[in-house]
Structures are given as C-alpha cells and as structure tokens.
Design a protein around this ligand. Structure first.
Ligand code: ASP
Ligand code: MG
Length: 420
C-alpha cells in the first residue's frame, strides 16, 4: 500500500473548523487506498504568541526552555486533529516528535533531523490508522525536546516521507503554489507548474517563505517528490522535482528580492593574504552573517573589500570592526545603507550564455545602478538601491517572459506554428 505525507501549515489549521476540513481532506486520500501521515504546524500565530510570552519573562530565555515552550504549539494541533478523525468515524493517533521517533542533533532552536525510528508509525499505519505527527520538533540523544527552526514543519514532513518511503509529500498552505515572484509587488507573477529542487533551494534560501530550505535539501537528497498546494482548493499546485518537463522555455524561473541590505567597504594598506581572513574571521566570531563579498586589488588604489550584510547587523559590524581596527589592520571603513538584493534563478542559465549580460542591459535601460553582483550556476544576484527594488524585480520578471501575458502570447505563437 502506498504512503502519502500531507503537511498543513499554521493558517490551514487556524480554527477548529479548518482542522475538521483537514481531516476530511485526509480521509479522501485514504479512501483512494493510501496510508496517510499528516504533519501539522501550530494553529495560526500560536508560535509567535509563545515567543511573545517568553519575551515577557526574559529578553534572553534559555534556549532549551524555548524548545520546550514552542513544541507545545504543535501538540495542541495534533490532539485536536486526532479528535476530528474520531468524530468523523475514523481511527487516528497523534504523536509528538519524540513519539514519532524523530531524533535530532543537540542544537536547540535550529536542530537538524539525524534519523527517524519509524517502527511505531509503521505499525500504526499497518493497522489502518491515520498518523498525526507534530511538525517542527524532535528529541536529541539525551532526551531533550528540540525544534527545527521557524518554518521547520516542512522539514518534518519531507523527512518522514523519506523515512517511510512515501510516494509523495504534499505541503498544503495558504497560497496555491510556488510563484515566479511575489504577486504583491510584481505584476503578472504567476504560479509555476514545476520547479527543480535546485531552483527551489535557491529561492528558499533567498527568502521565498513558502518552503523551509532544509525541507527542499532533504527532498533533493532523498528524491522525495514534493508539491506545494492550497489547502482551500483542489488545484494541483507546484511540483518540485529533479527534472523539469513543463515550461521548459523559461531560462529564468523566479525573481526574488529582499530589502534592508547594507554594503560595507574596508580599505587596507597593502594586499596580503591575511587581510581578508582577519576581517571575516572577526565577523564570523561574532556570528555576523556576510552575504556577497567583492575584493578589489589594483596598482593604482589601495586594496579594498566590500561585503553585504543585513542592515540589522550593521551597528554590530561597525562596532566589531572598529574595536579591532589595529588587530585587523585596515585604513578606513565606508558604509552604504538602504540597499536591496534582487536575484534571478533558473536552471536554464547553465546552458544559455548571456543571461547576466541581458540582466545588466535591462537594469541599465531602467537606469538602475548595480552596486554588487554575485552568481552561482543557476542564480545571479545584484545589489541595487532599495528604492529601485520593486522596479528592478518587475523589469526582470517582464524581460525574462515570466508574466502571464507573455506566456499566453507564447501559446498562441505555438498553435500558429503547428497549424501551418
Ligand atoms: N510553528 C512553527 C513556526 O511557526 C513551525 C512551522 O509552522 O513550520 O515556525
Ligand atoms: Mg511555512
């Protein structure tokens, strides 16, 4: 018998009525002859509320106790959902992370799943029950409850799907799929039918909140067919898999953007191998997350390095560098704020030269200054002024043919060709 893992996020289980709706939806799957595991998040904004409560006690609560507290959110949902199944005439059992055998490393608040002991779930599924599992939590080797980082229920679902060799993992959420860009800011942003694991991983890491990056990583490494779909409709959603077979004409599949970027430029006396290491070791020691790094060394000017960070960590970065100016050995430090990062992502870039050139052309014709650039095989990011962020994203989204109008045009061209 095939197994399916269905995951429902906070908004999809926000009220008792919605929880009953989730049970009905899972029952439909079971009636197709499947074994069904349901992973749920905490109801609505529960996790935020719990964080707020802790904040009223202490500005730095012990991380272990935070895990203990946050794990209660999901535990409420699993019990209510199991009750809903019973009420609808079906057998179900709820499981916390540790009861489901989810073993993690001992890193509070951001633990990775290490292994899953599936024996108990297997037994319960074999007996024809629904298994309802709390997302976002596990247990470390010495028995402490751990949590997997915000949005981590996705990872629970994918990891369970891999461990139970499920035929697929479906992430039910409040949007109907993965979009080419954020429709609130980009005109014509539309749902993708498919996206590759690698593309999705880039987008998730760039902050597309629809999936937890580790969930995508897990799905890729274990070949778990994954989909993101709406909990309020029967539309198929977006399928995330290794190879794309639809919309293959798209070189770029997504445009991501984020505000609140700062650029720091440090100038030093002479180039020597230690300088970069000195600077970035200091930042790393202080847990400052650096994104793009550009070093510039020429005969005419003193050597310099620029790097981007989130604007939030600017004050700390400034303090850390200034405090150790002598030790690091730099001349001056310049800062530019109110910047943003705009990125294009697509596997098609690997085999299509000129994607970056095209991107710079588009930005030039919009008169948008590019402050920094970074690339991977399937991604190009530029740092541009924050006030130009939405304009840049819209221009790129249009130019790479991602908006709805373009696709409709494409289809008509296609049918003209085939009929002639
Ligand atoms: N409840 C947790 C959060 O809000 C985990 C999740 O929903 O995925 O981050
Ligand atoms: Mg989520």
């Amino acid at each position: 018998m095939k197994t399916i893992v269905m995951k429902f996020g906070g908004t999809s289980v926000a009220t008792p009525e919605k929880i009953i709706g989730v049970a009905k939806r899972a029952i439909r799957e079971k009636e197709k002859g499947k074994r069904v595991v349901i992973v749920v998040s905490a109801m609505g904004k529960t996790t935020d509320t719990l964080l707020g409560l802790a904040g009223e006690i202490s500005s730095e609560p012990p991380k272990r106790e935070m895990d203990m507290l946050l794990a209660t959110g999901e535990q409420v949902t699993i019990s209510l959902l199991a009750m809903a199944f019973k009420k609808l005439g079906h057998e179900a059992l709820s499981f916390t992370g540790w009861q489901a055998g989810i073993e993690t490393e001992s890193v509070p608040r951001n633990a990775r799943i290490e292994q899953i002991h599936t024996e108990r779930l297997e037994r319960v599924l074999e007996n024809g029950y629904f298994c309802v599992v709390a997302g976002f939590q596990g247990v470390d080797k010495i028995g402490n409850i751990t949590t997997l980082g915000r949005g981590g229920s996705d990872t629970t679902a994918v990891a369970l799907a891999a461990a139970l060799k499920a035929e697929k993992c479906e992430i039910y959420t409040d949007v109907n799929g993965v979009y080419t860009s954020d429709p609130r800011y980009v005109t014509g942003a539309r749902k993708l039918q498919q996206i590759s694991y690698d593309e999705m991983l880039e987008l998730a890491n760039l902050g597309a909140g629809v999936l937890h990056p580790r969930a995508v990583e897990f799905a890729k490494n274990n070949h778990v067919p994954l989909s993101v779909r709406a909990s309020y409709s029967d539309e198929p959603g977006t399928i995330i898999q290794e190879v794309i077979t639809m919309e293959t004409n798209l070189i770029v599949r997504g445009v991501a953007f984020e505000p609140g970027v700062a650029r720091v430029t440090v100038t030093y006396k002479k180039p020597f191998n230690g300088s970069l290491a000195n600077i970035f070791n200091k930042l790393a020691e202080n847990q400052i997350d650096v994104d793009i790094i550009v070093q510039s060394i020429s005969d005419e000017f003193p050597p310099s390095v620029s790097f981007s960070i989130s604007q939030e960590s600017l004050e700390e970065t400034r303090r850390v560098l200034m405090e150790s100016q002598e030790e690091i050995g730099f001349l001056s430090m310049n800062v530019e704020v109110a910047l943003s990062k705009v990125s294009i992502v697509g596997s098609g870039m690997v085999s299509n030269p000129g994607v970056a050139a095209r991107m710079f052309d588009i930005l030039r014709s919009e008169e948008i200054p590019v402050k920094m650039v970074s690339t991977s095989e399937i991604k190009i990011s530029v740092v541009v002024p924050e006030i130009e962020m939405t304009k840049s994203a819209n221009a790129l989204h249009n130019a790479y043919g991602l908006s709805e109008e373009e696709l409709i045009e494409d289809t008509s061209k296609f049918s003209l060709n085939t009929s002639s």
